[in-house]
Structures are given as C-alpha cells and as structure tokens.
Design a protein around this ligand. Structure first.
Ligand code: FES
Length: 213
C-alpha cells in the first residue's frame, strides 16, 4: 500500500515546499480533464491533506491499512467576464450560465473545476490550471475580484469592497473560502465600472514580490 508520500512521489522527510510543488504537479495530471480519473484525483488530494494534517501512518501495519478519507470538493462553474460583452450578456442575466454552456466557449473562458472547501478560491482555480488575475493576494487591491452569482463564499480579509459591491455578490477570490457545495462565479470582473475605480494597479505588488524574492 502506498503512503501519502508515495502518492505524491516525495520522500517522507521532504520539505513543505517540495510537498506543495509535488502536489500541484500531481493534482494537474490526476485531473479527469487532463488524462487522470476521479479516483486518482481524489487520492492525490487526500494524500496532500493527510500530509498537511500530519495524519500519515508511521508503521507498516498502519501503512497497509491506509485509505484516503473520502474527500469533499466544491463544484465550481466559472465564466470569464471578458466574454460577456462579445455575446451581449450581463451579470444580471438569470440564464447567464445556461447561455455560456450552450455557446461553445473556449475552456479557458467557461468550464468547471473542483475547489477545496477549506481553501481560497483563487488557489483552487490555480491548482486546476486556471489563470485568474491577482496582485496582492491579501485582500487589498481588488484585481482578483469575482462575482459569485450562485452559491456563496466567506472572505477572511477584505480591505476594499464597499457594501454596494458586496450586495452585487462581488468577492475577492484570494481571500474567499467556499461555504456551499456548488458555486457559479464570473471571474475577471476587475473591469466592472465601479470596481475599476477601487482597483489598485498590480505593479506595486509585483515589484514588492520581486524585491522580497
Ligand atoms: S489579489 Fe489583491 S485583493 Fe485579491
């Protein structure tokens, strides 16, 4: 029986950064959309969770009986805000996602992915190979904003969104953790007219990251 470390292909004494890199690599190849299978995908996620929680068998008997705990994921349907104009759609359309599903959009603009119910939405999207905009990753710039049109998320930090934006279901994906089992989100809403005024340009954060590195 493989241990969680075997599933990720790392040594048992691997550094946390090595484990995380291995996880990000494995979870992509294990995904059903990229040649993997639902079972393999769940197994990789469960192995990573077991390592993070320190729930790893430490003798042969326990290893032989290690089974990944059933994994729960959040089903996220995502749509790129940039395609709305092209099709004459708006965020207020009740059937926006049905229209998107029927429109044969590029997978980068419309699709679904499984998100970690305990992780930040932006990170889950990135784990699945999506490229969503961001800058500060700390709830301060609004570049990562999404409109959570169905389902809900909770934000651990928010320094920028006024009540009227929250009322329109705008959330910061870098700080948003799902609270429902399904979500329909429009990402890339940073150019919504009112939000554009609040948004800080990404370059101070990019420069800070380069300096910190
Ligand atoms: S990336 Fe700046 S608020 Fe999310």
């Amino acid at each position: 029986m493989d241990t969680p470390f075997d599933v990720l292909g790392v040594d048992a004494d691997a550094a946390p950064e090595t484990v995380e890199r291995a996880y990000r690599r494995r979870v992509k190849t294990a995904h059903p959309d990229h040649g993997g299978s639902p079972g393999e995908f769940q197994r990789v996620r469960a192995a990573y969770r077991a390592i993070l929680d320190g729930d790893v068998p430490d003798d042969e008997d326990e290893t032989a009986s290690w089974e990944p705990a059933p994994d729960r994921t959040v089903d996220v349907e995502d749509l790129n805000y940039e395609v709305l104009d092209d099709h004459g759609w708006t965020l207020d359309d009740d059937d926006l996602f049905e229209r998107a599903a029927a429109a044969d959009l590029d997978p980068a603009d419309y699709g679904r992915f499984a998100a970690d119910p305990e992780g930040f939405l932006l990170e889950s999207a990135e784990d699945e190979g999506h490229v969503w905009p961001f800058a500060c990753r700390g709830g301060a710039c609004a570049n990562c904003a999404v409109a959570a049109l169905e389902g809900d998320v909770t934000m651990t930090v928010d320094h920028v969104l006024p009540d009227e934006m929250l009322d329109r279901d705008v959330r910061l994906s870098c700080m948003a953790v799902p609270t429902t089992d399904t979500l329909r989100v429009v990402y890339n809403v940073k150019h919504l007219p009112d939000l554009d005024d609040l948004r800080l340009p990404p370059y101070p954060f990019e420069r800070s990251t380069i300096t910190d590195g």
